[in-house]
Design a protein around this ligand. Structure first.
Ligand SMILES: *[C@@H]1O[C@H](CO)[C@@H](O)[C@H](O)[C@H]1NC(C)=O
Length: 168
């Protein structure tokens, strides 16, 4: 991941403030390896992904979680600082359809690019790591919006988001 030439997607944290006291109630995270807490690992063959092996994860979680880090990421520290649960990876949420997503979801995928895959296809660059670009992550988020803030809100149901596709 570290040598990947397109690791340029700056993590974007969308923090939704709701209460009048200025507290934060949710964190929705987008980005790449600086923010991914398990999505690429869930979408890939684990043996080829370094974040699926120690020492990644050893100092805090005591097992590899998919983070490109031996401890927590900035998004984890932010969540804990705000008194929120660490936002679960989207791949976990989309597998367990009953998870409570009101406190947020982490959509980041290590190696993700900001520009669409089409752009790279046209210039003949194939991404061997992931095609889950920023647009793809935002689409996942958009599909989840009814569960987050629509009439179904609070039922913890996650009905509409597409399953992420596993890469070979
Ligand atoms: C990304 O998409 C291209 C075609 O647009 C494909 O050749 C490549 O294998 C895909 N990469 C992954 C990781 O799925």
């Amino acid at each position: 991941m570290i040598n990947h030439p397109f690791l340029c997607l700056v993590p974007i944290l969308l923090i939704i403030a709701q209460s009048a006291e200025g507290c934060y109630t949710s964190i929705f995270a987008f980005g790449d390896s600086l923010t991914d807490n398990g999505n690429l690992l869930a979408l890939s063959a684990p043996r080829i992904i370094h974040q699926g092996r120690l020492p990644n994860g050893e100092t805090y979680f005591h097992h590899p979680t998919g983070r490109c880090c031996d401890g927590r990421l900035i998004v984890d520290f932010l969540a804990q600082q705000f008194g929120l649960p660490i936002p679960p990876p989207y791949t976990e949420v989309s597998k367990e359809m009953t998870m409570d997503i009101r406190a947020g979801v982490n959509f980041a995928v290590a190696g993700a690019r900001a520009l669409d895959t089409d752009f790279y296809d046209k210039i003949g660059i194939i991404d061997p790591v992931t095609n889950d670009t920023l647009r793809v992550q935002l689409d996942w988020f958009k599909h989840m919006l009814p569960s987050i803030c629509g009439p179904e809100k609070g039922k913890f149901a996650f009905l509409q988001a597409p399953s992420p596709t596993k890469s070979k």
